[in-house]
Design a protein around this ligand. Structure first.
Ligand SMILES: Cc1cc2nc3c(=O)[nH]c(=O)nc-3n(C[C@H](O)[C@H](O)[C@H](O)COP(=O)(O)OP(=O)(O)OC[C@H]3O[C@@H](n4cnc5c(N)ncnc54)[C@H](O)[C@@H]3O)c2cc1C
Ligand code: FES
Length: 294
């Protein structure tokens, strides 16, 4: 059945400007599943929860920017039927664990908060197209807003100890919603800008000023962003200014996460003109340089 109207309104606004990555880089890992044991589950700040799961195969395979689908209905529970997509905040192949930070939005994430260490939940992954890291890049700029930062931290994890400088922006509504600063520092980021709305430091104008002042002389070759359309537009503008490759991780309501249901198309759903699927062609897409302004 064809659904010609654009879905995922937010993504639809930018889908014209992005293209699937389909990189010639590392092949995408085969997804698998675990009945993953909860190793640790704690509340962080006021709004977020930290979840550490034993998922050794996913931990060893996941590429930066990929995600997992978590089924939060326990055995015998009927709802919620659909799994929930979550970015990998960190993975530790040696410990066999993956880490997620999430905010409570509705029934699924509310139920997720009730899982205690030792309980198990179904975890499928690693899924989707992650970020395409250019090994020749000397500097990479990561720009995340709120929970969107969780899609970017694994880039810094992969670049830790390499000659590539990471410059990170972690943005939020207030100081308690700014995620990732300590993790970026632990990975040896060259600079971390923690900005928020409460003091105006997160405005597009303020960030543009901060980033152009500090980076114009030695700009990044790659820019990666997640969590805000406003910031995605700024990244695109900066990418034009610095002739940098810009990649954006998009969000969508995902029923399967596997490319089966076709509910996550970036624009037109179904039929021969179907837009790319955020779960399978993304969630990371590349901004095509020189396209119309969004
Ligand atoms: C690739 C990807 C990675 C994500 N990573 C994270 C993360 O690291 N941390 C985090 O807190 N959140 C993340 N999200 C958003 C998270 O999946 C939703 O907040 C969650 O599914 C909401 O479920 P719910 O049952 O609590 O909310 P409800 O609103 O009750 O969910 C109802 C339905 O809508 C879907 N849905 C609702 N909001 C969203 C949303 N914003 N994005 C996608 N689906 C949604 C749910 O999957 C479910 O099918 C990610 C989303 C995607 C697509
Ligand atoms: S969520 Fe089912 S195809 Fe993308």
């Amino acid at each position: 059945m064809s659904h010609p109207t654009p879905v995922n309104e937010a993504a639809a606004q930018i889908h014209e400007a992005v293209t699937p990555i389909r990189s010639g880089g590392a092949a995408r890992p085969e997804p698998t599943w675990h009945r993953a044991t909860v190793r640790e589950h704690t509340q962080v700040a006021d709004r977020y929860h930290y979840l550490c799961l034993e998922a050794p195969t996913i931990a060893s395979r996941a590429q930066a920017g990929q995600f997992v689908m978590l089924t939060v209905a326990r055995d015998g529970e009927r709802a919620p039927v659909l799994p929930r997509p979550m970015a990998l905040y960190r993975r530790d192949a040696r410990a066999g664990t993956i880490e997620v930070i999430y905010g409570v939005v509705g029934d699924g994430t509310r139920l997720l908060t009730t899982f205690r260490p030792g309980e198990r939940l179904l975890c499928v992954g690693p899924l989707g197209q992650g970020f395409d890291l250019d090994p020749s890049a000397r500097r990479v700029l990561l720009v995340g807003r709120g929970i969107g930062t969780c899609s970017l931290t694994t880039v810094a994890q992969d670049l830790a100890g390499t000659p590539t400088d990471v410059i990170a922006v972690a943005s939020g509504r207030d100081a308690s919603t700014v995620i990732g600063g300590p993790r970026y520092r632990a990975y040896g980021a060259a600079a971390v800008h923690e900005v928020h709305d409460a003091d105006g430091s997160s405005s597009v104008a303020a960030l543009r000023r901060t980033l152009t002042t500090t980076l114009d002389a030695d700009p990044p070759q790659q820019i990666m962003t997640c969590g805000s359309e406003r910031l995605a537009r700024l990244c695109r503008e900066l990418g034009d200014r610095w002739h940098a490759d810009v990649q954006v991780s998009l969000e969508a309501h995902m029923a399967c996460g596997l490319g089966y249901c076709h509910g996550c198309a970036t624009g037109t759903r179904g039929g021969p003109q179907e837009s790319p699927l955020i779960c399978a062609d993304g969630p990371v897409f590349r901004y095509a340089p020189g396209r119309a302004e969004i």
